[in-house]
Design a protein around this ligand. Sequence first.
Ligand SMILES: *[C@@H]1O[C@H](CO)[C@@H](O)[C@H](O)[C@H]1NC(C)=O
Ligand SMILES: *[C@@H]1O[C@H](CO)[C@@H](O)[C@H](O)[C@H]1NC(C)=O
Ligand SMILES: *[C@@H]1O[C@H](CO)[C@@H](O)[C@H](O)[C@H]1NC(C)=O
Length: 352
Amino acid sequence: MNTFLLLCLAASSLAIPTKRVEKAVPYNALLPNVTIYATGGTIAGSSSSNTDTTGYTAGSIGVQVLIDAVPEITNVSNVAGIQVANVGSGQLTPSIILDLSQKIQKSLDSGDSGAVVTHGTDTIEETSFFLDLTVNTTKPIVCVGAMRPATAISADGPMNLLQAVTLATTPKAAARGAMIILNDRIGSAFYTTKTHSNALDTFRGGDAGYLGLFLGTKPKFFFEASKATGKPFFDVSKTKELPKVDIVYAYQGLDPKAIVDAAKNGAKGIVIAAMGAGSFTKEGNAAVEEAVAEYGVQVVYSSRTGGGYVPSAGYAGGVAGGFYNPQKARYLLMLAINAGYTHEQLVEVFAQ
Ligand SMILES: *[C@@H]1O[C@H](CO)[C@@H](O)[C@H](O)[C@H]1NC(C)=O
Ligand SMILES: *[C@@H]1O[C@H](CO)[C@@H](O)[C@H](O)[C@H]1NC(C)=O
Ligand SMILES: *[C@@H]1O[C@H](CO)[C@@H](O)[C@H](O)[C@H]1NC(C)=O
């Protein structure tokens, strides 16, 4: 790709309007208000082929087109769309998600019944986890995506979106924290993770399971509303920028320089995607010790296994990651450093 094209692409992604788009249907005072925050992803993806589910362009359809594709939504809620980005979710950044959290707090505080975020599935668990920890509300925040682009046969996006808006207006969905809805399954943002690169049933909560499921457009919950054990809250209403936190993946023969380099490059925190229940190489632990002593970074030992609990860190100055997978541990560490947590407070918040 030439430089001119790259510049055009950069300019067009900067030019995304973030103003509220009201639907052109009459306002119905009997229905609740929901704002749909659109960020892009496969749900807004398109391809020239209707059988293409891998080579499509994510984030190419605007929020109004997504809403218009599901007229049933107008019977459930008065929706307004805000396009906060239109990209594959790997392109989203902590500053975009911080801004999204602040926007959602405002729209919920000013009378909306719930919020919906349309999102690429690749990092939807990071965004929804961040929102879960930073928006002070009992109203439902529902993150939704799709595994098949909007142009595919059997696209899953329209039904997912209708279920998401429905969930955002469901009284029984209150006080359950942020949620992820895909493939008829309602998952808690706190525990849910993407477990398969291609399949529709990719989102799972591991040992924590699901909160409930959809029968058509009717949500059914397995339990009464409850809060995830030890879930902290972080006030980011005045935060302008979050500290840099990196992830270092553990493997046989890892060059431990990656850890000191991360600290040298300005990381205030490092999450180790360690092996098993938090084990790491001898050289890796020594590099952590060096990075902690020289740069004052906070290091969390999470696990690359995809499930289970990390009870202890490989190095005494490190923090054991508990149930948090590396990508969730990263946002938790970022928020905790931002809030000025001491090392002892970090140990406690991760131990939940
Ligand atoms: C909305 O509900 C009415 C009454 O049940 C029904 O007649 C109409 O077809 C529905 N509209 C859509 C778009 O589902
Ligand atoms: C819902 O939105 C309408 C139109 O924007 C507004 O007039 C109304 O006050 C809102 N309702 C609540 C409860 O915020
Ligand atoms: C959350 O908001 C409520 C008011 O809606 C307030 O009373 C409470 O202190 C807030 N909690 C935090 C942790 O900021």
